[in-house]
Design a protein around this ligand. Structure first.
Ligand code: C2E
Ligand code: MG
Ligand code: MG
Ligand code: MG
Length: 288
């Protein structure tokens, strides 16, 4: 676009802008109705314990089935939802869905939910989270809230105070996408973070890039020296898995280990019913 403008093709630029603005407004309008029209759903991606390889929890990821467009890119529609404020409703909806779902899982499994910086601008975010925990019966210790450092840019003091209160309630606080954007070490010191997520842009180049490996090693070391657990996201290959495990990262997440998928409780129930049918079949065999 800037290229067109640079050549002085003002009309072309305007037309393109118009179309982009129109497309955005359409997305915005449709998003406003996405919940009531049942177009929104949640996928769950497993987070594994590096050592044992077992699932320690899941991250809830918002999905939008936009009519005529198929599944929409979260990076795109979430940005629009944030800029228009709609993320407040969408975020609360995802939180409620995810907590309801997690309350059905075996006790130790945790649920991680992304919270937008825009949600931190609400004066009552703490009360909303507490109310949803109450309503769904999920123990606060099983909920992880993932926030990015962009949350500290607007109202740093209010964000810190909300995080402190949530942490005191027992909710785990996770810094998402660490190493990108505004990464500031003072945030780690001043705030009650329980976990850091190494951004997947580092994971993707670990195998070929000594500098990326040094950065990941430094993040893990920093986290550990502050008593904070480290998760690596975007693990796609066996070699990446080995590298981050050797570096001492506690947990990992990525396509190699499990992709975002439907409610785990649905899969658990299907397995239960398969097992019980199987058992019945075996008993029947024994009877004859
Ligand atoms: P995120 O929180 O960092 O989530 C991880 C993203 O990495 C997800 O993208 C996930 O599908 C993707 N991913 C997982 N494993 C791999 C892998 O091995 N390789 C690669 N290349 N990608 C992997 P997704 O679902 O498209 O979400 C993108 C971003 O949108 C999220 O990044 C998060 O910032 C935001 N988002 C998603 N759901 C929500 C939500 O409910 N609320 C808010 N505020 N933001 C959300
Ligand atoms: Mg996340
Ligand atoms: Mg992330
Ligand atoms: Mg992200």
């Amino acid at each position: 676009r800037a290229k067109h403008a640079g050549r002085g093709k003002a009309c072309f630029f305007d037309a393109e802008m118009d179309a982009a603005v129109k497309a955005r407004r359409e997305i915005e309008n449709e998003l406003r109705h996405a919940i009531t029209r049942n177009q929104l759903f949640v996928n769950y991606q497993p987070i594994l314990d590096s050592r044992s390889g077992s699932i320690s929890g899941y991250e809830a990821l918002m999905r939008w089935n936009r009519p005529g467009h198929g599944s929409s890119e979260p990076d795109v529609f979430i940005k629009i939802a944030e800029e228009s404020g709609i993320i407040v409703q969408l975020g609360e909806w995802v939180l409620r869905q995810a907590c309801t779902e997690a309350a059905r899982w075996p006790q130790p499994l945790t649920i991680a939910v992304n919270v937008s910086p825009v949600q931190f601008m609400l004066p009552n975010l703490y009360d909303r989270v507490a109310a949803i925990l109450e309503e769904t019966g999920l123990l606060p210790q099983r909920l992880e809230l993932e926030i990015t450092e962009a949350a500290f840019v607007r109202d740093r003091k209010a964000t810190i105070s909300t995080l402190m209160r949530l942490h005191r309630l027992g909710v785990r606080i996770v810094m998402d996408d660490f190493g990108t954007g505004f990464s500031s070490l003072s945030n780690l010191r001043a705030l009650p973070f329980d976990k850091i997520k190494v951004d997947r842009s580092f994971t993707g180049i670990l195998e070929h890039d000594a500098a990326a490996r040094s950065i990941v090693r430094a993040i893990i070391g920093l986290g550990h020296s502050l008593g904070i657990q480290v998760v690596t996201e975007g693990v796609e290959t066996e070699l990446q898995r080995q590298i981050v495990t050797n570096e001492g990262c506690e947990q990992m997440q990525g396509l190699l280990l499990g992709k975002p998928d439907i409610e785990p409780s649905v899969k658990m129930a299907a397995r239960e019913s398969y097992l019980s049918t199987h058992e019945k079949a075996q008993k029947t065999v024994l009877l004859y």
